[in-house]
Design a protein around this ligand. Structure first.
Ligand SMILES: Nc1ncnc2c1ncn2[C@@H]1O[C@H](COP(=O)(O)OP(=O)(O)O)[C@@H](O)[C@H]1O
Ligand SMILES: [Mg+2]
Length: 204
């Protein structure tokens, strides 16, 4: 969990242990650094499983939820569940009551683009994926783990296209955050450049 998140309703203890910012978890870890380490380790093990055996779906919000559920199943009871609190990181993310309808717009856009299946040019793919990931990021459907879940979702969009793989190890966390911030003010260019670096042609 990032410290600069601001949460509403923290006092009701729904997500965090009382009087802390530590998310309640299946491992009963109450130390933030330990939870962070365990979360990284367990989610990355699940991530590699999901790369080998992709979670099937239609790129709907339910598909993204299934990805999130699989990835965080060992850690959070609410894995795969839409957040029930409003959150912000400087950027205010989608209000909870609009998450479903906003995601539907993103999915409809993807359908209108034939799921990007016909894109063969790397630069064009980067441009379209930049818009896609920027929009999903602004929705931020989950209380935590949005970055990791949305990256798997766009990796699956690439797999579905077949011409590209997406390798996020070719960028940095810092560049992801900078690009995310810019996309929140509708400047998708940094994401585009970042994604162009991460896209690998399967035919190369
Ligand atoms: N200021 C910001 N504005 C918009 N998006 C941001 C900002 N800072 C971080 N992000 C996005 O939030 C993501 C982190 O969300 P989080 O729910 O903590 O998921 P994870 O822990 O999987 O990275 C980052 O990957 C980035 O895309
Ligand atoms: Mg996080």
């Amino acid at each position: 969990m990032d410290e600069y998140y601001r949460y509403e309703y923290e006092d009701n203890g729904q997500y965090c242990y009382p009087h802390t910012h530590v998310l309640k978890n299946k491992l009963n870890i109450t130390d933030q650094a330990k939870l962070h380490a365990a979360e990284q380790e367990l989610s990355s093990a699940r991530y590699f499983e999901m790369l080998r055996k992709p979670i099937p779906g239609d790129f709907s919000l339910d598909h993204l939820r299934a990805i999130h559920r699989y990835m965080f199943q060992d850690i959070y009871e609410w894995a795969g569940e839409i957040r029930t609190v409003d959150i912000s990181k400087g950027t205010i993310f989608c209000l909870t009551q609009f998450i479903g309808q906003e995601f539907k717009k993103v999915q409809d856009w993807l359908i209108s683009q034939n799921y990007l299946k016909d894109v063969t040019d790397k630069r064009e793919m980067a441009k379209k994926l930049a818009y896609l990931i920027g929009e999903i990021n602004m929705i931020h459907p989950f209380r935590e783990g949005n970055g990791r879940a949305q990256r798997v979702y766009v990796e699956y969009v690439c797999k579905n296209n077949g011409a590209f793989d997406l390798d996020f190890s070719k960028t940095t966390k810092n560049d992801m955050i900078l690009a995310s911030k810019e996309s929140s003010v509708l400047n998708y260019r940094p994401f585009e450049l970042l994604l162009e670096k991460c896209l690998v042609s399967t035919k190369e």
